[in-house]
Design a binder for this molecule. Structure first.
Ligand code: SF4
Length: 378
């Protein structure tokens, strides 16, 4: 029997599991604290749990993190981990330290089915959804690694953004318990304002998230009109801008912040003119969506055929938005020296895996040929 991974449970799920073992629900709280607050994975360490419970758990459960395939530390303090999730797939998490916060960017899927043109993850295609345990394992590992690494006992990660690989709202059933674990005071105790789900615009799931677990919301907008967005973010063909902005407006009634963050990747000569900025202003005004814009310098990769907008163009675009009264920031590129752009490290590993596969296949063919010629009559 495969042992149940306790990282798959939010507190409610763990309490139900404890009841199945014939244990009181409060035992789940103790267990939850050991796992998430203290980073324990060995039941024998959990000394305030009855020996009998520890024995039961050892037979049926485990705390199973993800294997770290690579770890890169940038000179600016950014740390990127690549975690193996089986079958040659990998996902990444990135820690970004700032003066007043520590943010962890977390992945929700191996690959992504949305296929945005400017995203290297999108170009890899979709492999599979991560489980709740695999989403939480990124935070669990990073938090406890950082505490040890920095010699700290208090919490290091103050913010989580679901902006790594994948479209989180296309993995909804695994996402929600993971979010609940992040928010739980017996685990990471993050406030709703400090946990952000970033979506390319899965409208029905935005409405569900507003009901089930309303955390901060970021929307990958990237274009001011449907013709352009259909091309850059193919999901727009299903949920066009007007529907998306209407969903943003509905979400705001439940959101922990009084604005939606619009992410906008700046692509040279594609979506970065002053006229595009004006169109954006008209769009959000028409639907009266309270928002901020976060402009993202594009990280070019060969298959995209796209280029990064010059810094002066980004600044001019930001000015048009700001002059209309919309708070606009330009994302600092962090960890450039470790290739910390979204999807890049995982893409690199996947390419290497593919290259290794190709070489292995070539070796096999050569060996088969050699065998075949050895079997030929002289
Ligand atoms: S930007 Fe996000 S939604 Fe679009 S392909 Fe990349 S990971 Fe998927």
């Amino acid at each position: 029997m495969t042992a149940i991974n306790l990282l798959d449970f939010d507190l409610e799920g763990l309490a139900a599991f404890c009841e199945q073992l014939g244990e009181k629900r409060f035992r789940a709280t103790q267990l939850f604290r050991w796992i998430h607050q203290r980073g324990a994975s060995d039941f024998e360490q959990m000394t305030d749990l009855a020996k009998s419970l520890r024995g039961k758990l050892a037979g049926v459960a485990q705390v199973q993190g993800l294997p770290v395939i690579a770890q890169h530390m940038s000179a600016d303090g950014t740390i990127k981990w690549l975690f193996g999730v089986g079958d040659g797939n990998a996902v990444e998490a990135v820690f970004i330290p700032e003066d007043d916060r520590g943010t962890l960017c977390v992945s929700s899927q191996a690959g992504c089915a949305v296929g945005c043109r400017f995203c290297s993850t999108g170009h890899q295609g979709f492999s599979r959804n991560l489980s709740t345990g695999e989403i939480v394992a990124q935070l669990w590992f990073a938090e406890h690694f950082l505490r040890k690494h920095l010699g700290r006992e208090d919490r290091v990660i103050s913010n989580v953004v679901m902006m790594g690989m994948g479209e989180p709202l296309q993995n909804y059933s695994a996402l929600v318990p993971a979010l609940r674990t992040m928010l739980d005071d017996n685990a990471y105790g993050l406030s709703r304002r400090r946990v952000t789900v970033s979506t390319s615009g899965v409208v029905p799931m935005m409405d569900r998230l507003a009901q089930d677990c309303p955390v901060a919301l970021a929307v990958s907008l990237h274009a001011p009109n449907d013709a352009l967005r259909d091309d850059l973010v193919p999901l727009n063909r299903k949920y066009p801008i007007e529907e998306l902005l209407a969903a943003c407006k509905r979400y705001l009634a439940h959101a922990p912040r009084d604005f939606i963050t619009f992410e906008y990747c700046m692509l040279d000569g594609v979506n970065d003119s002053d006229a595009h900025a004006q169109q954006l202003i008209e769009q959000v005004r028409r639907q009266d969506v309270s928002c901020k814009f976060n402009l993202i310098p594009f990280n070019p990769f060969p298959a995209s055929g796209l280029l990064r907008s010059p810094a002066a163009r980004v600044q001019a675009f930001a000015r048009v938005l700001a002059d209309s009264g919309i708070v606009t920031t330009v994302r600092k590129t962090r960890g450039d020296d470790i290739d910390a752009a979204c999807g890049q490290l995982a893409g690199d590993v996947k390419d290497r895996t593919r290259a290794a596969d190709r070489m292995a296949q070539r070796r096999t063919v050569m060996m088969q040929r050699a065998d075949a010629s050895a079997n030929q009559p002289a």
